[in-house]
Design a protein around this ligand. Structure first.
Ligand code: GRF
Length: 191
């Protein structure tokens, strides 16, 4: 199965997917990385791994639909079966989401349905939760609302800051994202 990853920044989850997909028995190959920011550090990581890259700024398009149609054209030129959002910081429109429905997944740094949206670590700490986590889910038109594929949980430690929590959680993100893509690409989960 052919997979593209959409990023906006660092791309550490992207790197974890690329690394996992190198295993000979992994059911998917990462064939392209698309960023909405030309300066995303993850683009250089992808290129260094011999993966096709593209970047496209939404601000250069007259509408979100035109931007997203162009993204779909690029993804289709790469002949992708699945799309992984990995720190892609734009909300996607309904047409784009429906075009890829069942074939697009996202990683979110909270135990969904808790803490949809941004600043999840800050909000979880402010609430005094004892447990935090991350979720890989199918992308559906409602923001961070699609059905869960996998979750990982970590305990919140006394003295945790948003930064320490994010750092510990990232280890779990890098573990469950490749596992969730493996389940999807081998038809063990479907929407
Ligand atoms: C991760 O925390 C991910 O869960 C969230 O954005 C962050 C992206 O980090 N959606 P990276 O670009 O994968 O390093």
């Amino acid at each position: 199965k052919r997979v593209a990853i959409l990023i906006s920044g660092r791309g550490s989850n992207m790197a974890a997917l690329i690394e996992a997909a190198r295993a000979p028995d992994y059911p998917a190959e990462i064939v392209g990385v698309l960023s909405n920011r030309a300066a995303a550090p993850g683009l250089a990581t992808a290129a260094a791994n011999g993966i096709a890259t593209a970047s496209l700024a939404q601000s250069k398009f007259l509408s979100r639909d035109m931007f997203e149609d162009t993204m779909t054209q690029i993804l289709e030129s790469w002949e992708v079966d699945y799309v992984c959002l990995a720190g892609f910081m734009r909300i996607l429109g309904e047409d784009f989401v429906n075009h890829w429905l069942g074939r697009m997944i996202n990683i979110h740094p909270s135990l969904l349905p808790a803490y949809k949206g941004l600043h999840t670590h800050e909000r979880a700490l402010a609430d005094g939760v004892t447990e935090h986590g991350c979720t890989v889910h199918f992308v559906t038109p409602g923001l961070d609302e699609g059905p869960t594929i996998l979750q990982a949980r970590i305990p919140v430690a006394a003295g945790d800051t948003p930064e320490t929590l994010a750092e510990r959680l990232l280890v779990e993100e890098h573990r469950i994202y490749p596992e969730a893509l493996r389940l999807l690409a081998s038809h063990q989960v479907k929407l």
